[in-house]
Design a protein around this ligand. Structure first.
Ligand code: 13P
Length: 249
């Protein structure tokens, strides 16, 4: 079975609830006949309006983060159970901005992944290297280390259903998109790493996305690579251009 492409938007800290509803109504006709899975990962306050305004469409809603505990005294946090009961299907975990600004560790991410699976959420696990790491030639070692620590103790069945996003930090929000060869090299290495930890079947099932300055002009070439199953799109997911990325062919 060929893997179904997926194009996920990461709105980051953008869009009010009213803007969410207005944006979705413009996006709906642009993605109606999409071959790819379409996901919008929106700020927590926008989740309910996004779910309501996308009901009956092919657009699924994702969160951008969650806590690893079931519930409790964690002011400001949101739990996997809350997301799943609301109707959220996906959750981005380990975005480089959360790792950098909120000091998220691989150990915490491992706990978050387990909790997400427990509640039937599909994680979009992010990994990626800095420019300094790339220049030192340690990109693949670094990515393998992130994947192995984040997935520690997670079952092959769960990994087969999840999504991994390769997002080189130097390509995020910079307009410096990785070339399709650079992106494919790392996405292929991630798939090989999954085959090594689990087996070939699991590696063939897991969907691996590229993220970092994806736009309507470069999506087709990136998504045509054998190990790239779609994209995680930041800035361009806030514009009608997102509809073109979804229909990249
Ligand atoms: P940009 O598409 O704005 O580079 O952001 C990528 C990203 O961080 C998606 O998670």
């Amino acid at each position: 079975m060929p893997r179904k492409k997926i194009v996920a938007g990461n709105w980051k800290m953008n869009m009010t609830p009213a803007e969410t509803v207005a944006f979705v109504s413009k996006l709906r006709p642009l993605v109606d006949d999409a071959d790819a899975d379409v996901v919008l990962c929106v700020p927590a306050i926008d989740i309910v309006p996004a779910l309501t305004s996308t009901r009956g469409t092919c657009i699924e809603i994702g969160a951008q983060n969650m806590h690893y505990e079931e519930n409790g005294a964690y002011t400001g946090e949101i739990s996997a159970g809350m997301l799943s009961e609301a109707g959220v299907k996906y959750v981005i975990l380990g975005h480089s901005e959360r790792r950098e600004y909120f000091h998220e560790t691989d150990e915490e991410l491992n706990k978050k992944l387990k909790k997400a699976f427990e509640h039937g959420l599909t994680p979009i696990l992010c990994c990626g290297e800095t420019l300094e790491q790339r220049n030192k030639g340690i990109t693949l070692d670094w990515i393998r280390m992130q994947i192995k620590s984040d997935l520690f103790g997670i079952s092959d069945a769960d990994v087969a259903e999840m999504i991994i996003a390769y997002e080189p930090i130097w390509a995020i929000g910079t307009g410096m998109t990785a070339t399709s060869d650079q992106a494919e090299e790392v996405c292929k290495a991630i798939r090989e790493c999954i085959a090594e930890i689990y087996d070939d079947y699991t590696a063939e099932c897991v969907r691996i996305l590229y993220g970092g300055s994806v736009n309507a002009g470069n999506a087709a070439e990136l998504f045509a690579q054998p190990d790239i199953d779609g994209g995680l799109v930041g800035g361009a997911s806030l514009k009608p251009e997102f509809g073109k990325i979804v229909r990249y062919k």
